[in-house]
Design a protein around this ligand. Structure first.
Ligand code: ADP
Ligand code: MG
Length: 326
């Protein structure tokens, strides 16, 4: 018997509802009813994932479920927000119970890892597309914006850059990557881990932050513009994985780390006087953090080699309407 819309929602998405006492009414009515604690501001973000654009068409359904929430949690992390609730607008070509079960499993696992309750959504038929909205809590007036960087601040990034971009380049045949390395790199592309704890830890340390989703260079450009400052990135010090180092080869080793998307790391500015506190805070989290540059009075983003010479990357980051520039 074909699965009806309501049975589908009950079977696959009710398990992601979780058990949060601040959900007065979750999945099942015309709208969710949520209790916002006193003194809290809500951070709200929405992202759409389209098959073939935001993930390769052959991506495993549980990875698609994971990634559809991960990208939104990454946005909340960049605001310093604590994730609480999510809604899901899902468009699927048909009812494929195996696909839906795997998608929901990936989504539910990440939701429960971060204590997020799925409180509602919409389910329609059409070409595969997933729109996730996530809502998170912020102490009133304490959002980590893009606009707070000042001349003299240091610029940092968490984790490593470029693995997801290298995976995509390998899958698309733009670079030759051996199969075992490709599998490992692909985990970064398919199941990014949003830096939620790191975002919370940055609340009283960072003065500006952004998540790196469309390529470091472009995203740092957004932060610089919003803050009305210029940023210098020291390319020799960019954090990359061992796999990246090995498989990018000698020529243009930084370009994917600078311009490829899907890293979902946090990039932030902090006053130079906080350098010790930043190092300590991230050591406690067991997350690597690297100072990648500095903020100056001016505008734009410039890349520099160790000897002070300018470095011109072979691309500028991903823009859905302009397309990749390379
Ligand atoms: P309505 O027609 O009143 O909008 P729907 O039939 O779209 O109601 O949805 C019924 C209930 O199921 C609502 O509470 C809605 O939020 C929830 N819902 C629908 N699709 C999803 C989904 N993909 N994930 C989570 N909840 C969903
Ligand atoms: Mg509806």
């Amino acid at each position: 018997m074909p699965l009806g819309e309501f049975e589908l929602i009950r079977r696959f998405f009710a398990p992601a509802a979780g058990h949060r006492p601040d959900v007065a009414l979750g999945i099942g009515d015309d709208a969710a009813v949520l209790r916002v604690p006193a003194g809290v501001e809500l951070a709200v973000t929405t992202d759409t994932l389209v098959a073939g654009i935001h993930f390769p068409p052959d991506t495993a359904p549980d990875a698609i479920g994971h990634k559809s929430l991960a990208v939104s949690l990454s946005d909340l992390a960049a605001m310093g927000a604590e994730p609480a609730w999510a809604t899901l607008a899902l468009t699927v070509p048909g009812v494929d119970a195996t696909w839906l079960a795997a998608f929901a499993r990936g989504l539910s696992a990440l939701a429960s890892a971060h204590g997020v309750a799925l409180v509602g959504g919409d389910t329609t038929r059409g070409p595969l597309s997933i729109t996730m909205q996530a809502l998170g809590f912020l102490p009133a007036g304490r959002a980590l914006r893009r606009s707070g960087a000042r001349p003299g601040d240091d610029l940092y990034v968490t984790g490593t850059l470029g693995d997801a971009g290298l995976a995509l380049a390998g899958l698309q045949g733009r670079r030759i990557v051996p199969e075992d390395a490709l599998q490992a790199l692909r985990r970064r592309l398919d199941t990014p881990q949003p830096r939620v704890a790191e975002g919370l830890a940055l609340r009283d340390l960072a003065v500006a932050a952004i998540d790196v989703s469309d390529g470091l260079l472009g995203d740092v450009g957004h932060l610089a513009r919003a803050s009305g400052v210029g940023v210098t990135i020291q390319v020799d010090g960019l954090p990359v994985s061992d796999l990246y180092r090995v498989h990018m080869g000698a020529e243009c080793p930084w370009d994917l780390a600078l311009t490829a998307g899907d890293d979902y790391e946090l990039c932030f500015a902090a006053p130079a006087a906080q350098a010790h506190a930043v190092a300590e805070r991230f050591a406690a989290l067991r997350t690597s953090v690297t100072r990648i540059g500095s903020v100056y009075s001016g505008s734009g983003v410039r890349c520099q080699r160790r000897d002070g010479s300018a470095y011109t990357p072979g691309g500028t980051g991903y823009d859905h309407f302009a397309g990749p520039v390379s």
